[in-house]
Design a protein around this ligand. Structure first.
Ligand SMILES: Cc1cc2nc3c(=O)[nH]c(=O)nc-3n(C[C@H](O)[C@H](O)[C@H](O)COP(=O)(O)O)c2cc1C
Length: 177
């Protein structure tokens, strides 16, 4: 795909994946996209944990009560975290890197889904961030924003419909109802 705008129109969250590993070069390209994302003051304080072990993926899928199911059937997941002691806009830095990785994956024909971790809780009320850090042996200083799942799509989703674009959310010159 050589048209970024078309890629943005076509990208959808993919939550079902075929049982096929992602080529190592593709994984590297996706991670590289995240590692080239802009950061506040160029702090680049991200830490990405790549998980491929099926058992660990299954446990990671319990990081919150609902909405984390896709992790269990993804061939690979990337836990996106940033050292909160290094940079205060760590959520923004993690989010931009995540979006870059998702777009890069789409360009490679690989589906992905953002699974929210920050601010969420497991079924027994444990903060999802604590659960993920504990499971993967990550230091307390790392704020975990999300888990990104990646896999070759096992579902077809329609591109975004330009007719449904929320142009009313754009205000020219000053706020208007
Ligand atoms: C901040 C954020 C949190 C999200 N959390 C989840 C989640 O926990 N589980 C999930 O299945 N999808 C999650 N998503 C994916 C959204 O549901 C999805 O992006 C939205 O419905 C729009 O669909 P699209 O990505 O296909 O355009 C999240 C997306 C964002 C940006």
């Amino acid at each position: 795909m050589d048209n970024l705008h078309q890629l943005i129109v076509d990208r959808r969250s993919i939550r079902r994946y075929i049982d096929k590993p992602i080529d190592g070069d593709c994984v590297k390209t996706i991670l590289e996209a995240g590692l080239m994302a802009p950061t506040s003051k160029n702090s680049r304080a991200w830490e990405f944990v790549v998980v491929e072990d099926k058992e660990t993926l299954a446990r990671l899928a319990h990081c919150k009560e609902m909405g984390a199911g896709p992790i269990a059937n993804a061939p690979i997941a990337v836990v996106v975290s940033v050292d909160m002691t290094v940079t205060d806009p760590w959520i923004e830095d993690a989010s931009i890197a995540s979006a870059f990785m998702q777009l890069q994956a789409a360009e490679l024909g690989i589906g992905s889904c953002w699974i929210q971790v920050r601010g969420r809780f497991t079924a027994d009320g444990t903060p999802s961030e604590d659960y993920v850090r504990e499971l993967l042996g990550m230091p307390e200083a790392l704020g975990v924003v999300c888990v990104l799942t990646f896999g070759y799509p096992d579902e077809q989703r329609k591109p975004h419909d330009p007719e449904k674009t929320l142009w009313e959310r754009v205000h020219l010159g000053q706020w208007s109802e």
